[in-house]
Design a protein around this ligand. Structure first.
Ligand code: ZN
Ligand code: ZN
Length: 335
């Protein structure tokens, strides 16, 4: 069933004509994607059942393994699809690229090629109709609803302006894209389900629901919250003119909730203003670890001077250091 939508308040859709020569855009008709409308609730129901098994049935080793898989999957999305392939905020030698490709398949949030292409569009046309998860269309849409309907025509139109030539010429990303479902079946699904079964006799049924479906549910929603909550609830210390915020819940978003900073300085390899520990940013620690052995290099970070100048010009200069996790814990970061 299709439904006519007004979409975002900012850009409009039906092209009120200012004169005879002004082009009239067609009215946007929202078209639903039924397989995602079925798949997403199914994933969440399985995740809830996985949570029930995690609390009542499985061994502690299985819980630990699930946490470990969730952490490694987050490295695939955050270090790989986001900071390396979307923003090129650091460079990686081939072995590290292969590791990140495998981990991004473990996360199973679409091939890194598509993830990076859509994310570049998200940054360039943030919070407009050309943004795939435009937060001006509400929390539900930007969180998960955008996956349940066809892309807005502006997404397709403006998508043509995004340069993805580096992604097109990357053989590793093309390989992952070509064999994504096959790779995903083993790396996202069968591997994490069978390992606890083989190594410590966890029933395969429990292992599947906890280590695959519950872990997937948590991983998806963490990413979704960066598109929804981190564009809505928080502060704007670096640039008040943009929608993304330093989210109130930033320390739960594994280093990606410092979103006003990230949209202001997208080239920062840490996606946040402070270090790995100050902001609970395990993805930064992961990149730092590979930088220490030379597999990650040319890590980009704007100087304090550049950040301060931008903060003075566009944001709130008094915000400094209110992002630290330690200050959040003792209540000093509240405002
Ligand atoms: Zn964003
Ligand atoms: Zn980004």
């Amino acid at each position: 069933m299709s439904k006519v939508s007004n979409g975002s308040a900012k850009t409009g859709h039906n092209g009120q004509s200012n004169g005879e020569s002004a082009p009239i855009k067609p009215i946007y008709k929202r078209e639903l994607v039924y397989h995602h409308i079925i798949w997403m609730p199914f994933v969440h129901l399985c995740g809830i059942y996985g949570l029930y098994l995690a609390v009542t049935a499985v061994q502690y080793k299985t819980i630990f393994f699930m946490d470990l898989m969730a952490l490694f999957a987050s490295f695939g999305t955050l270090c790989g699809a986001h900071r390396l392939w979307s923003h090129r905020s650091f460079k990686a030698k081939l072995p590290f690229q292969i590791i990140l490709m495998v981990l991004s398949t473990l996360a199973f949030q679409s091939p890194a090629y598509e993830w990076a292409r859509d994310h570049r569009l998200h940054h360039k046309y943030s919070d407009t109709d050309a943004d795939p998860h435009n937060s001006r269309r509400g929390f539900f849409f930007s969180h998960i609803g955008w996956l349940m309907c066809r892309k807005h025509p502006e997404v397709k139109e403006k998508g043509k302006t995004i340069d993805v030539s580096d992604l097109d010429s990357d053989p590793l990303l093309q390989f992952q894209k070509k064999y994504y479902l096959l790779l995903g079946a083993f790396i996202w699904g069968l591997g994490p389900a069978y390992i606890p079964h083989w190594l410590w006799d966890e029933p395969l049924w429990s292992s599947w629901f906890v280590c695959v479906m519950l872990r997937y549910c948590v991983s998806l929603n963490t990413t979704f919250l960066i598109n929804s909550a981190a564009h809505m609830y928080g502060m704007k210390p670096y640039d008040k003119s943009i929608v993304p915020v330093e989210a109130h819940m930033r320390h739960f978003l594994v280093g990606e909730g410092f979103h006003n900073y990230h949209h202001t300085f997208p080239m920062d390899y840490s996606a946040s203003e402070l270090g790995a520990i100050d902001t609970f940013n395990p993805a930064t620690a992961f990149i730092d670890m590979f930088a220490a052995i030379g597999w990650a290099y040319d890590l980009k970070k704007p100087s304090n001077d550049v950040v301060k100048r931008r903060q003075t010009r566009c944001g709130d200069i008094h915000y400094s250091f209110r992002s630290r996790l330690s200050e959040q814990i003792v209540g000093l970061g509240k405002r």
